[in-house]
Design a protein around this ligand. Structure first.
Ligand code: F3S
Length: 411
């Protein structure tokens, strides 16, 4: 690989042991993908700070880098951690588990990352701009950055994410290059009945299954689609397939028209999605024989302030039923915006639990004994059965809230 003078210094250890280790990993990653050189980045988002995802090895790696004096050289946001940093002791999180997280949090913040603790950094202030080269990890953030913002990131993962942030460089490959960002599959969504966030999650799930790792181009999408809809769509598409980027013609920035989305090349495959396909997929996201739930949880990816406001309106002064938990997963940005409004106090008064910094599948649930969960998140519906061994009932947000208030699933 062709390296600049400064890159050779980093690799030789002239900028310290941490930079040398990070550079060795980034150069090796580039060689594996056939990259001829590195390129500078201007932002990073780290997923490796999530203790439940990386475990002891990830903690050891973070502490090793920090101990070697590592510092990030570009603005770097942090994904969720595995506990609510303020409220963890009220959430039955074990002391030992919490202490592991404290060490992880200290290592990453010590390396100069911003303690955003969210999987939706694009709704929490550190938003890249169009065309910017970045190194983001966390599948939903990657797909949002590439598709909705038009920033350029490959699918970075745990360990490589922090290495990119320490050296401020990535291999010149994959989705960093314009030619690899062209659409490959055309999926027509003309005439679909789309209204709720759950509808867009189901659509994303179907698109992920159809596209797998190819970039889909969707036509016929409604122009009123919101940031929260796009968040739900991308998270589900990245869960069911390995979608790291999509185009929506007339909506996303690299797809002002059909031809531009495909960069003038003909689509390799032409498909269409029907309401019947969405209905069938929606049904399959729920486990069979769910007649009652222990917990309703929404906010995967993290709830925006707009979504918290909507949930407070749906609860409308009522109480969460005593036989059920209602957990709302969000970040400090959304929480702080609303802290001095009635929204947060109304939600708390209702009995809903607000989890900041973390989420349902990534915190310590060992003290709860949940068996069945209801959610409107396609990503949760995908991961909860395998990660948490629970049954899932998938439903729209209003049904989730009604279930939490009534304590039973009404059909
Ligand atoms: Fe975020 Fe947890 Fe979902 S980290 S994307 S809320 S699994």
């Amino acid at each position: 690989m062709k390296l600049t003078v400064e890159e050779k210094r980093l690799l030789n250890g002239e900028r310290g042991g941490a930079a040398r280790l990070a550079m060795e990993i980034i150069v090796r990653l580039g060689e594996l993908y056939g990259a001829k050189e590195l390129m500078p980045i201007s932002q990073a988002h780290i997923d490796g700070c999530l203790y439940t995802a990386v475990g002891e090895a990830g903690l050891e790696f973070a502490e090793k880098l920090y101990g070697l004096g590592a510092q990030v050289v570009v603005p770097t946001s942090l994904n969720a951690t595995s506990r609510d940093i303020v409220e963890w002791s009220n959430h039955k999180v074990g002391l030992d588990f919490s202490e592991k997280n404290i060490r992880m949090e200290q290592a990453y913040v010590g390396m100069g990352a911003v303690p955003t603790w969210t999987c939706a950094p694009y709704q929490a202030g550190l938003v890249p701009r169009f065309g910017q080269q970045i190194a983001w990890a966390e599948s939903n953030a990657i797909v949002y950055a590439n598709s909705v913002i038009g920033a350029r990131t490959e699918r970075y993962g745990d360990y490589t994410d922090i290495c990119c942030a320490i050296v401020g460089r990535v291999p010149k490959f994959g989705l960093h290059l314009k030619e690899n960002r062209r659409g490959r599959i055309h999926i027509s969504c003309e005439g679909l009945s789309l209204a709720t966030t759950a509808d867009f999650a189901v659509l994303g799930y179907v698109v992920g299954e159809l596209a797998k790792d190819l970039i889909p181009v969707l036509t016929g999408m409604p122009t009123w689609i919101t940031s929260d809809h796009l968040k739900a769509f991308g998270a589900a598409a990245a869960s069911s397939g390995s979608v790291a980027m999509f185009h929506m013609v007339g909506i996303t920035p690299e797809a002002p028209d059909f031809k531009t989305a495909f960069q003038g090349v003909k689509p390799e495959v032409e498909l269409s999605i029907s309401d019947l396909m969405l209905k069938s997929k929606r049904n399959s996201l729920s486990s069979v024989d769910v007649t009652a739930v222990d917990i309703v949880t929404v906010g995967c990816p993290h709830l925006s302030a707009a979504e918290l406001i909507k949930i407070a309106a749906l609860i409308n002064g009522r109480q969460v039923s005593s036989n059920i938990e209602l957990w709302l997963n969000t970040n400090n940005t959304a929480y702080n915006w609303l802290e001095n409004t009635s929204v947060i106090s109304d939600l708390k008064k209702s009995g809903a639990k607000i989890f900041r910094d973390t989420c349902f599948v990534n915190t310590d649930l060992s003290g709860w004994g949940f068996k069945t969960v209801m959610t409107n998140s396609g990503k949760y519906a995908h991961y909860v059965p395998s990660r948490n061994g629970m049954k899932v009932a998938f439903a729209d947000l209003d049904k989730c809230i009604e279930t939490a208030v009534s304590g039973r699933i009404d059909n």
